[in-house]
Design a protein around this ligand. Structure first.
Ligand SMILES: Nc1ncnc2c1ncn2[C@@H]1O[C@H](COP(=O)(O)OP(=O)(O)OP(=O)(O)O)[C@@H](O)[C@H]1O
Ligand SMILES: Nc1ccn([C@@H]2O[C@H](COP(=O)(O)O)[C@@H](O)[C@H]2O)c(=O)n1
Length: 670
């Protein structure tokens, strides 16, 4: 996951390959609640691991459910409808799929068994309506107290007393704001069917009906057959009891599939994008996004648990669509609309306004930053095709779907953007709500425009702090890291192992071309042997400098270094990053410090690691190494003509980082 402040997406020109989707959020949290209310143990396979499921799991544990992980399966032992804790405070983040059903279930349990629970979330959750559900629970006779603004969380359910509930009454609930209110009642009210059937009637037109189908389908898996008449009237039979199905599989998230369906439609030019985990047999309503994508031009094939998507019509075709049945996935259509031949109008999307953010306003604002013409209304949005693209910084409003949808703007070169534009996604970690590895999945499928993956090159003499600076910059930018010195060091170690003389250029080069070198986190392996410690020894640095004078060795390691240049970007440190290996790097830094400072730093570094060292001989060695690096015939150590010079003798590490990030930012189009 990218925990950086922002993530710059270079322009991409095609996509191909396979993505395995994480589990559906909607199914995961419903299954967890049902397993938590049922008696016995339910083994849940392929559960989504994300922010929203984590808050549900924490809540269930707080309430007394037992959770046990077994590889990718989760064993949930439920309460059997009996409260084990009568008093708890539950924090539910921004998870509507946890807040609404838990409010209903705990209101009913607290009222009938005596208990009191407080449910709260993040600030945005406290702006998301829940009043219609609270009204329905109060009709039933459940005590519910507003702890903030009436009609919104935080709430207290129960008052520690026991109450007879009016289950004989028909419970009325509004269906036109969020279908989660009805889902919450359907999941909770089997708890109070002992005396007779419980009837729920929906006031107004029910939105997002497919989500109700998921709820009814999962209730059936847990032994509860709800009688439904026209999505208006729902009857829970007398004596309903949650019965664990024993084991249950969570299918891939159909809303998350929408980004990859769109990717295939836009950029699956020679090869398809294959999506695994969700297919035409999906029980989630958002699978019908596929029909909308097809209407825009996507060529889709599929089967049970898989889809393959290629570009069909190009440019895409603008559409007008009532999106009531696919409220979440419909956001993806708004971004696909930029690549269409005519305007796209998405109707009946009022629910966007009460999601993680006001998604109609957010979508309109961010698409306009890219240059688009957008019209927004109370419950619709119209997006015009985009001809004159602009690089933009996309604000994501702590909304995972804003980040994932808008990432598709990085394919702008396909719509003729000249020059192709970089798209900056702010707060990329917001995708953790449903798809923590989204950007890794995206990068594994897309092919960047040639030369578009940016490189930040840092060269300089020994112990100037290149590695320290490069590591920090890579972390803050979310970029890959190339410690090119490590390749020369590993070559030297491999030569020592193989008994190859350090002046035998051709033999060293033949070996360097076939190095079996693996980087795993901070550890380095050569031919399967861990060399993390010997790699960093000063003596190895000295040998590396002898190895590196041979042009054949440098040539042999060249392609290996180029291979590190992968999306979203690279920070590379060494001696010739800016001059030879990445001459087109948009920022080259030549880092220096006085020999005295460098010897003192290296001395401290070695002592801190528990090695013995002598500062005078260290200085002699590093000056000798620098002299060899500067005076060799090929790729000598020197600043590139267009390098920024940074003498950090008097700078802290953080000062150096800030200075380089400033230079980096000055080169961005935002
Ligand atoms: N600006 C700085 N101020 C003080 N200490 C620094 C600074 N930059 C780096 N250091 C310290 O100097 C030591 C050497 O830094 P580092 O290993 O990053 O250098 P390097 O240039 O990558 O060396 P080499 O070329 O040998 O790989 C480290 O202990 C690091 O913490
Ligand atoms: N791009 C590079 C990187 C390193 N070298 C040589 O390797 C030696 C060790 O490098 P460290 O950065 O790990 O200390 C270095 O002294 C150079 O001789 C190189 O030539 N080119």
């Amino acid at each position: 996951m990218y925990s950086t402040a922002f993530l710059d997406l270079p322009p991409f020109q095609s996509a191909a390959g396979t993505v395995r989707l994480p589990g559906s959020k909607s199914i995961s949290n419903r299954v967890l609640l049902l397993a938590g209310l049922a008696a016995g143990t339910t083994v849940v396979h392929d559960l989504l691991d994300s922010d929203d499921t984590r808050v549900m799991l924490t809540a269930l544990e707080t309430l007394g459910c037992t959770l046990r992980r077994d590889g990718s399966a989760l064993h949930v032992t439920g309460l059997g409808g009996q409260l084990q804790q009568r008093n708890a405070k539950l924090f539910l983040g921004n998870a509507g799929t946890a807040m609404r059903p838990l409010t209903a279930a705990l209101a009913v349990l607290a009222a009938t068994q005596g208990g009191q629970f407080e449910l709260s979330g993040v600030a945005r959750m406290h702006e998301r309506p829940i009043g219609d559900l609270v009204d329905a629970l109060r009709q039933l006779g459940c005590p519910v107290t507003d702890l903030g603004q009436p009609g919104f969380p935080p709430l207290r359910v129960g008052d520690s007393g026991q109450h007879a509930l009016h289950t004989e009454r028909t419970i009325r609930v509004r269906g036109d704001v969020s279908s989660q209110f009805l889902t919450a009642l359907l999941l909770a009210l089997p708890l109070v069917t002992e005396q007779g059937p419980v009837t729920i009637e929906v006031d107004g037109e029910l939105i997002s009906k497919p989500y109700i189908d998921i709820t009814l389908g999962l209730l059936a898996r847990f032994g509860i057959e709800v009688q439904r008449s026209d999505y208006q009237r729902f009857v829970l039979p007398q004596g309903s009891q949650y019965k664990s199905p024993g084991s249950i599989h969570v299918e891939g998230d159909a809303s998350s599939a929408s980004y990859f369906v769109a990717l295939g439609a836009l950029a699956g030019i020679d090869q398809p994008v294959r999506i695994e985990g969700v297919g035409f047999d999906a029980i989630q309503g958002d699978i019908r996004f596929v029909e909308a994508a097809q209407a825009m031009g996507a060529a889709v094939t599929g089967g049970p648990g898989w889809l393959e998507v290629r570009r069909g019509a190009w440019p895409l075709k603008g559409i007008t669509l009532d999106c009531n049945h696919i409220p979440d996935a419909a956001m993806t259509l708004a971004v696909m609309a930029l690549y269409a031949d005519s305007p796209t109008r998405l109707n009946n999307i009022a629910s966007w306004r009460v999601k993680e953010t006001d998604r109609i306003a957010a979508m309109a604002t961010e698409l306009r930053k890219l240059g688009a013409t957008v019209e927004e209304g109370a419950d619709y949005i119209v997006v015009q095709p985009l001809q004159h693209w602009q690089a933009a910084t996309i604000h994501t409003y702590d909304d995972h779907r804003m980040a994932m949808c808008l990432s598709l703007a990085s394919l702008n070169v396909l719509a003729g953007a000249q020059p192709p534009c970089t798209v900056r996604i702010e707060d990329p970690k917001c995708v953790a709500k449903t798809f923590p590895d989204y950007f890794d999945a995206l990068f594994s499928l897309v092919e960047p425009v040639a030369g578009a993956v940016p490189v930040l090159a840092i060269d300089g003499p020994t112990a100037s702090g290149k590695g320290t600076l490069a590591t920090e910059l890579a972390e803050r930018l979310g970029y890959h890291l190339l410690d090119s010195g490590a390749l020369y060091r590993a070559t030297a170690l491999a030569a020592k192992d193989a008994g190859i003389a350090l002046d035998d250029g051709p033999a060293l080069a033949a070996m360097a071309a076939n190095l079996d070198l693996r980087f795993t986190g901070h550890d380095v392996f050569l031919n399967g042997r861990e060399i993390t410690h010997p790699l960093r020894l000063e003596s190895t640095g000295g040998m590396a400098s002898q190895v590196s004078v041979h042009p054949e060795v440098r040539q042999a390691l060249h392609a290996l270094q180029l291979g590190f240049r992968r999306a979203p970007g690279l920070v590379a440190d060494g001696r010739d990053m800016g001059t030879v290996v990445f001459p087109d790097a948009p920022l080259k830094v030549f880092l220096t410090a006085s020999a005295e400072q460098r010897a003192a730093r290296r001395y401290r570094q070695l002592i801190e690691k528990g090695n013995s060292a002598n500062i005078d001989s260290l200085r002699i060695d590093l000056e000798a190494r620098d002299a060899r690096d500067k005076n060799r015939a090929v790729a000598p150590l020197k600043p590139a003509e267009d390098a920024e010079l940074l003498d950090n003798s008097q700078l802290s590490i953080e000062d150096s980082v800030v200075q380089v990030l400033n230079w980096w930012q000055q080169r961005q189009p935002f």
